[in-house]
Write a protein that binds this ligand. Structure first.
Ligand code: 3SL
Length: 239
């Protein structure tokens, strides 16, 4: 029986990391959803970086660059952080450098873990199936908002934990996992509605990005499992 834990903030991650668990990084709104969309649209790799300056250095070397802070695309970048930026744009075979407020920071917080993969509602079933076959403990790392708890990543954590525990190969002794599952069970019928009062839904709504929120809450739009290797994410290919 493998163990599953939920970490609600990147700042808490050192308390969870054991160098042998698989870490699932989640930033439902919107970074990890966008990463799934990029791979679903044929991107070759995504290089997550912590600072906008670093991202622009990669851009100067010829990479496509996406830069977002506080929900807004930053000056000098090809893309912001909307899933719709990548649909209809030809990113097939392209390498994209990405820097976002929380998602890419969380990936960096986790990068020395045994294995780091990307989760979102968009790939949840494929990811759950893959995790179920790995025979490893799992930590779900919620990107949150500037190291604070957020609702949408916690709901995803509860949804994924729920699938894995129900399938029978995982158990938990972690109160944050129990809390995330209870939260998800309360929200499952209408996640969009449940998030109505949440800070990031309000923040994105203020930026007229309701469409992005709705898109990112879709389940199972892709089977891709982005996995971190060396300094970049690539689409999992049959390990
Ligand atoms: O925090 C992040 O990494 C972003 O996903 C935030 S936003 O949805 O682009 O505002």
């Amino acid at each position: 029986m493998n163990k599953i834990q939920v970490c609600f903030s990147p700042q808490l991650f050192p308390l969870f990391n054991d160098q042998k668990s698989i870490v699932v990084v989640v930033d439902v709104l919107r970074a990890t959803s966008v990463i799934c969309v990029c791979f679903a649209n044929g991107a070759k790799s995504i290089i997550p970086v912590e600072t906008l300056e670093e991202a622009l250095e990669w851009k100067a070397k010829g990479y496509l660059a996406a830069g977002e802070r506080n929900g807004v695309q930053q000056k000098g970048f090809d893309f912001g952080n909307s899933p719709f930026s990548y649909v209809g744009n030809n990113i097939k075979g392209k390498e994209i450098v990405l820097s976002t407020t929380n998602g890419t920071q969380a990936i960096h917080a986790a990068k020395k873990a045994h294995k780091v993969v990307i989760g979102a509602f968009l790939n949840i079933s494929a990811l759950a199936h893959w995790l179920d076959n790995q025979g490893k403990d799992v930590i779900i790392l919620c990107a949150g908002w500037k190291n604070k708890f957020n609702l949408e990543d916690s709901l995803f954590a509860g949804a994924l934990a729920n699938i894995l525990i129900s399938a029978g190969n995982f158990k938990t002794d972690c109160d944050s996992t129990l809390a995330a599952v209870l939260l998800y069970e309360n929200a499952a019928k209408d996640i969009y509605g449940f998030l109505e009062q949440s800070s990031h839904r309000k923040r994105l709504a203020h930026l007229k990005l309701e469409k992005d929120i709705r898109y990112c809450l879709n389940t199972d739009k892709t089977d891709v499992i982005p996995i971190f290797q060396l300094d970049r994410l690539v689409a999992y290919g049959g390990e």
